[in-house]
Design a protein around this ligand. Structure first.
Ligand SMILES: *Cc1c(COP(=O)(O)O)cnc(C)c1O
Length: 389
């Protein structure tokens, strides 16, 4: 049996798979088993901000693997301390951190912390929001597509229209533990929150004694042109959830939190793999490389360049190009999957966000020459009717 046959025989069936076998990556390029190069505008859904196989991350993993891979957080560790020192100083005021292994787990933790901290049960989240697939985070996720078949979900969750201050005023009450929101909605279609909306969210949460949780799992670590997207808004959240590119591709999630988060006593929450030395070493190397290479600056400059080029494309199919930094959505007047397949035939990998938006999340180290090739390919597929068949 070949690779595709083996996977097809044993896979869960949960993934719509494409018949390409990738075996290697470098920077913004992925190489298939025949050595054919693709430009990766998926980054594993926003994981590979630093590019694939970053040498400093690879070296840190290899080195740490020979020393200590696992250690529960009941004991101290040099790599974990180094990472806490870095993470606790990324956002002024958010000087404490809980480590876990994924984005959904970071949201699970934040939801539990909000309930513990306030003694309240209600969580308000936004329509079109995506927070993960475990039952708590799924309860905060709005789209029926993810929820159907899994009800009843966790009680106490409600959803408000995104970027609507009036609706938020009504929804957040003295029973609300937290408002959980993405600063740029990713899966939901690449919609940035208005600055005024985030500021109003902060004010309303303060008035009602609720906590503000930002889900930066996709928008974090330079993606939008700042280290975290919330830094575009001047708003100080109580908790910031992150994962995806935190450890340069090694699975890791974290919640950064402020002193307003209380009552976290030993045993109230935890994670077997959370804060393991291997992931911590990878994350220290990744965060150091992000600083050294000014990843946020790269995303800001390249995002502006790419957005301008895309807006200049003379393609009647495009309804809108929107986004922040290198988190970009191209909304079409029709369904996007045929165009994403056509791009794949041209060796460009892109994502969808909902039915009608092409989402570009390239590694932030992508070159300008690669960006030009991406724009050229998008122009070709959108102006070629055969793609729509
Ligand atoms: C990807 C994502 C998640 C879930 O992360 P996993 O690591 O897949 O559990 C949560 N929130 C947002 C905004 C995401 O983009």
């Amino acid at each position: 049996m070949n690779i595709i046959e083996i996977e097809s025989k044993h896979t869960s069936g949960l993934y719509g798979k494409q018949p390409i076998i990738f075996v290697r990556g470098q920077g913004a390029s992925l190489f298939d088993i025949d050595g054919i190069e693709y430009i990766d505008c998926n980054s594993g859904h926003g994981v590979a901000n630093l590019g694939h196989a970053h040498p400093k991350v690879a070296a840190a993993i290899a080195d740490q693997a020979t020393k200590l891979i696992t250690l529960f957080e009941t004991f101290y560790n040099d790599q974990r301390a180094a990472l806490m020192d870095k993470m606790g100083n990324l956002v002024p005021g958010l000087d404490r951190v809980f480590f876990c292994n994924s984005g959904t787990e970071s949201n699970e933790a934040a939801i539990k912390f909000a309930r513990l901290s306030t003694g309240r049960s209600q969580i308000v989240a936004a329509m079109r929001g995506f927070h993960g697939r475990t039952l708590g985070a799924l309860s905060a996720t709005h789209n029926k597509k993810y929820r159907e078949g899994f009800e009843p979900l966790v009680p106490g969750f409600s959803h408000v229209p995104f970027n609507n201050i009036e609706a938020l005023e009504k929804a957040i009450t003295e029973e609300t533990a937290a408002f959980l929101v993405e600063v740029v909605q990713g899966e939901g279609g690449v919609y940035p929150a208005d600055v005024a909306y985030m500021q109003a969210a902060r004010r309303i949460c303060d008035e009602k004694g609720a906590l503000l949780i930002v889900d930066e799992v996709q928008s974090g670590f330079g993606r939008t042109g700042k280290l975290f997207a919330v830094q575009h808004t001047g708003v100080q959240p109580d908790m910031l959830c992150c994962a995806k590119s935190l450890a340069g591709g090694v699975p890791m999630g974290a919640v950064l939190f402020a002193p307003t988060v209380k009552n976290l006593a030993p045993g109230a929450h935890g994670s077997t793999f959370g804060g393991n030395p291997l992931s911590c070493a990878a994350a220290v190397a990744a965060l150091t490389a992000m600083e050294e290479e000014d990843l946020p600056g790269q995303a800001a400059a390249k995002g502006e360049y790419l957005m301008k080029k895309l807006r200049e494309l003379d393609a009647p199919l495009i309804r809108e190009v929107r986004g922040l930094g290198l988190m970009i959505g191209i909304e079409l007047k029709q369904k996007v999957m045929p165009y994403i397949r056509a791009l794949q035939d041209k060796k460009i990998l892109a994502l969808n966000a909902g039915l009608t938006t092409i989402r570009l999340l390239p590694p932030l180290v992508i070159t300008y020459e690669q960006l030009d090739r991406v724009v050229e390919a998008i122009g070709e597929v959108l102006n070629n009717d055969s793609a729509a068949e």
